[in-house]
Design a binder for this molecule. Structure first.
Ligand code: F6R
Length: 260
């Protein structure tokens, strides 16, 4: 794992966006794996800014999002389809047909999940996967106890995850219980992973991911087995790392300068 610790969340978010843009500049027809959630909002704002400055184009890129809630139509204000459209897709030059999210309204969700996995394969696999991390160590919606060999499938969300996501819904009862998510093995197949975590609330999960045992109890710890995983942190998210001084010695101030 390459661990880059920035002073501020803003610096970590900008670095994440620039790395994504750099990957697309190097390989314009990149297949990108994308994430949603509060952590990614400013990453997408920065990507849109880079696009507006003509420093990156997505016209040849393809995207696959990690997950989508079951039972929310694409047009629902809280669906991940809506999140992605509003945060990124409508502001950039990516063709709509090149953007993919699981179908949360499929009449056969298990089949929709298998079809999604097949579509990722048919596209040649994911070049760069963007990830956030849940307070409980989840990546995508792979909750603790998820098989580290899992593929895209239906998952039941933990109460903890539903409480964290409740902020987007009118009430806890309206927060979806099920989602279709890429599996951990699906994520591990990506040629490169970029995980961004910011804020003190993520510090325990980050420490378990990087320094804990590899365990289904912290699904993100599977990234210890990925050969090209970069973890971008702000100072608060890094605050529980026992070997922080070593990571900062290797990459002072998260410095690993990205050129666009
Ligand atoms: C979202 C996703 C989740 C989030 C995680 C963190 O597509 O896959 O794993 O990345 O729940 O969410 P925030 O950023 O809202 O704390």
């Amino acid at each position: 794992m390459k661990i880059l610790i920035h002073d501020t969340a803003e610096a970590a978010e900008k670095d994440t966006a620039r790395r994504l843009a750099q990957a697309v500049n190097k390989k314009p027809d990149s297949v990108l794996g994308l994430a949603t959630g509060g952590t990614m909002t400013r990453v997408y704002e920065e990507l849109v800014a880079l696009y507006n400055q003509k420093r990156v184009s997505f016209s040849e890129a393809t995207t696959f999002n990690l997950d989508e809630y079951i039972g929310l139509p694409a047009e629902h204000p809280c669906s991940y389809h809506t999140y992605m459209r509003e945060a990124l897709f409508k502001h950039i030059d990516i063709p709509e047909a090149a953007t993919h999210l699981p179908d949360g309204m499929a009449s056969h969700p298990d089949q929709a999940a298998a079809d999604y996995e097949a579509a990722i394969h048919a596209a040649g696999g994911i070049d760069l996967q963007l990830l956030g991390i849940g307070h409980n160590g989840h990546i995508g919606f792979n909750e603790p106890s998820s098989s580290l060999q899992s593929r895209t499938r239906v998952k039941t969300l933990t109460e903890d995850t539903r409480r964290a996501n409740q902020r987007y819904f009118a009430s806890f009862d309206e927060t979806p219980i099920y989602a279709i998510t890429m599996g951990i093995a699906t994520i591990m197949d990506a040629r490169e992973c970029l995980l961004l975590a910011t804020g003190a609330g993520k510090a325990d999960a980050v420490a378990a991911m990087i320094e804990g045992p590899m365990s289904a109890n912290c699904p993100a710890s599977a990234l210890q087995m990925h050969q090209t995983a970069t973890i971008l942190l702000d100072s608060e998210a890094a605050s529980r790392l026992a070997n922080r001084a070593y990571y900062e010695y290797v990459h002072p101030k998260g410095d690993d300068s990205v050129q666009l």
